[in-house]
Design a protein around this ligand. Sequence first.
Ligand code: NAP
Length: 296
Amino acid sequence: MSLHQLELSQFIAGFWRLDSWNRSPSETLALIEHYLSLGVTSMDHADIYGEYSCEALFGKALSLNSSLREQMQIISKCGIKPAFPSTKDRYVNHYDTSYQHIITSAENSLSALNIDYLDLLLIHRPDPLMNADEVAQAFEQLYQTGKVRHFGVSNFTPAQFDLLQSRLEHPLITNQLEISPMQLSTLHDGTLDHCQQYRCPPMAWSCLGGGEIFTGTSAKAVRLRETLTQVAKAHDTDDISQIIYAWVLALPSQPKPIIGSGNLDRISAAVASKQITLDKQQWFSIWQASTGHSVP
Ligand code: NAP
């Protein structure tokens, strides 16, 4: 694997929840412009976010000022086929990483987003029926036709990543992973070590546990809120989300957090957290609050 040409911004804008924000196209454009003004140029989508409806809302907003397209990197994902609502043809949630589905999904995303090319396409989830040669064929076709410029994966183990990489001409440029004080698996199962080994920065989803860190009543969420509040005080902020992002940014695999908020002030606060550096004991106090025990 070699150095990757696509430069994603340090923070990434997540649009999973866009269709729940009830924004007009001009309000969505204002949100996009807010992100760009903060240096957040990478926009994360997926075919299944509202079954292309989030991509379509984004595309409508972008068409109000299409010159912004060249200032951003647009990411989409494919491979999950939800059966909701259930139909005769689709009656069980499943994965599909066949050649035809990857091509069709990418083309549908381009049409919903109303753009000519995706900067980055990810396989959304590892598929036990994935034939790596077939995925490689689909990626090559999308690359050769200029529809997708770069490729990556999401939620892949190192072995799944290496398998797919072994069949590709071009380097996979990221593995999009759940990384949060609420979810430590990738810190300890070799996944982030693999990202560091290949200098392939992961994208980090649900850093705030999808909001659960603020509202959850589990012992873990309660412990985390208490510890995060103490660490926040030491950094002269009362916004624990900033401490969470600083905790993620401290990882040596250099994750790029995907911001999931629809609130402009929270988005600004998230990006400002790059100014905060946690010392090792602050970092481990958050780890300890998550696991419920000290390091061995
Ligand atoms: P998140 O940042 O963990 O959660 C965002 C949620 O937390 C929003 O509903 C937000 O509400 C709420 N929130 C933020 N600050 C809050 C506060 N101070 N108090 C209470 N609630 C607060 O991220 P996420 O949305 O779950 O995921 C981020 C992005 O990652 C998604 O948009 C998507 O692009 C990507 N993703 C990828 C995968 C994958 O499998 N690859 C899976 C899930 C997500 P407000 O809007 O009101 O701020």
